[in-house]
Design a protein around this ligand. Structure first.
Ligand SMILES: Nc1ncnc2c1ncn2[C@@H]1O[C@H](COP(=O)(O)OP(=O)(O)OP(=O)(O)O)[C@@H](O)[C@H]1O
Ligand SMILES: [Mg+2]
Length: 450
């Protein structure tokens, strides 16, 4: 355990002792700071990270025990070695009880001190390793049915935890199949509203007039078919969550009513003369470019801001490929047990294909691919043959090899590359331009020339 990598702080009001320790430890290659002022030491501890602290017990100013206390608080991983004169053994024992690493009594042999320092360093390294491992174990790969261990998913989990107890509106955006609905449910079921209902409405699937009466309810006789009063979903979701899936598909007239309901925190059913207070949290989703929809006048900007008090952007699967193996295992377990087939894994080649694929349909597409592979599979593991043919071709196509085989010109290679990057970017030209290191205009020009 040599080397300047280790920082040792020596505190003793006996300057001679400081100097001697500094020399001996310095010769062993440690980098040593010394101070005879325990108050100064306390400041140093806050400012720098030391690997070992060696301190005298009896000092002016801050006493050794106080410094130990301070070190425990500001640098809990730094072992503290107490130097004590023979007569103060009792305080040394007290120091041990307070968490000192060890003590040595004056006068001592330098070898004895060095041995203690080395053991202290080892302990510190072990403690650090334990903390690192603990963190790794704690990093979740499964959170309310969401699978994924990537940093991007960890951020999503943290976000969900942070916001689950609030009532602010949440807007979840992201490409199709990225898990927006799962996240909405996780927000609901991990928070204080979990005892309340989670009511989902797909705004894209229901015609405008029906959606209005679904959301706000109606009085008997409000229109021909209204034979009795109907509670709206806003009322049904009382003290729970109203999940407005694909909210950008909502008609403009209804958007205005939704905005009013959110602002006034009350709704008026069709044909009713009264308004009723509502207490719901709204979580909505969109998989299209909302800002574009606003620019084109298809979505109200004021409503947008009301809905996205908190926004969560789901990362596409191709940007967190490290989650693919885990998701595969998850879906194999799910569909394997449903189909009663004994498929327990995936072959290396098949896995490679899946890892290289760009997943435009995200997790949903992966789920379908595995479901299909299990239905078709006849071996214990999923083989490339069990995967969709289109996928095998697409991913197997090594652009560079093909370019060499078919003797591409540089121009052809560039075009193919641009096409691939554009596909990977889900057709998003700004993103593709950024990846290619081009400005948008240049990319547009190149696309026009294709
Ligand atoms: N992280 C994940 N872990 C496990 N399953 C997931 C994950 N993300 C998505 N899925 C699964 O993928 C499918 C699609 O997820 P979900 O319906 O939540 O996506 P979405 O973003 O709402 O898609 P769309 O925009 O098309 O409605 C579901 O079957 C869901 O269970
Ligand atoms: Mg959805």
């Amino acid at each position: 355990m040599k080397g300047k990598n280790y920082q040792i702080l020596v505190v003793d009001d006996d300057l001679g002792m400081c100097q001697m320790l500094s020399e001996v430890l310095g010769e062993e290659g440690f980098s040593v700071s010394t101070t005879s002022e325990s108050l100064e030491a306390s400041k140093l501890l806050k400012r720098e990270e030391f690997d070992v602290l060696i301190t005298d017990l009896k000092m002016k100013g801050l006493k050794g025990l106080d410094l130990l206390d301070e070190a425990n608080r500001v640098a809990p991983l730094t072992p503290v070695i107490i130097i004590t004169a023979f007569g103060t053994i009792e305080s040394a024992i007290k120091a041990m009880k307070m968490g000192a690493y060890d003590y040595i009594t004056k006068p001592f042999q330098m070898d004895e001190l060095l041995l203690t320092v080395r053991k202290a360093l080892e302990t510190r390294l072990l403690k650090k390793e334990v903390i690192r491992l603990k963190k790794e174990v704690e990093s979740r790969y499964d959170f309310h049915q969401l699978i994924g261990k990537s940093p991007a998913m960890q951020k999503i989990y943290d976000m969900i935890e942070r916001i689950s107890d609030s009532s602010s509106s949440v807007l979840i955006t992201g490409e199709s199949g990225t898990g927006k609905e799962l996240v909405a449910k996780a927000v609901h079921y991990s928070g204080c509203r979990k005892a309340g209902p989670f009511i989902a409405v797909n705004c894209a699937a229901i015609p405008e007039t029906l959606l209005e009466s679904e959301l706000f309810g109606y009085k008997k006789g409000a229109f021909t078919d209204a034979r009795s009063d109907k509670k709206g979903l806003f009322v049904e979701a009382h003290e729970g969550t109203l999940f407005l899936d694909e909210v950008t598909e909502m008609a403009l007239t209804l958007q205005a009513k939704l905005l009013r309901a959110i602002e006034d925190r009350e709704i008026r059913p069709l044909g009713d003369t009264h308004s009723y207070p509502i207490e719901v949290r709204i979580i909505s989703t969109s998989n299209r470019d909302i800002e574009m929809a606003i620019k084109q006048g298809r979505f109200r900007e004021d409503l947008y801001y009301r809905l996205k008090v908190i926004d969560i952007e789901m990362p596409p699967l191709r940007e967190r490929r490290e989650d693919v193996p885990m998701l595969i295992q998850h879906f194999i377990a799910k569909f394997g047990s449903e189909s009663k087939k004994n498929i327990s894994g995936i072959s290396e080649n098949a896995l490679k294909l899946l890892l290289n694929y760009s997943w435009p349909g995200n997790v949903r597409e992966l789920e379908n691919v595995i479901q299909r592979a299990i239905a078709l599979g006849q071996q214990e593991v999923i083989l490339p043959d069990d995967l969709p043919a289109s996928m095998i071709q697409k991913t197997d196509e090594r652009l560079f090899e093909r370019a060499m085989d078919e003797k591409f010109t540089l121009d052809q290679l560039e075009k193919e590359y641009i096409k691939r990057v554009l596909t990977e970017a889900g057709g998003n030209k700004s993103k593709a331009a950024e990846r290619l290191g081009l400005d948008r205009k240049t990319l547009y020009r190149k696309l026009e020339e294709m």
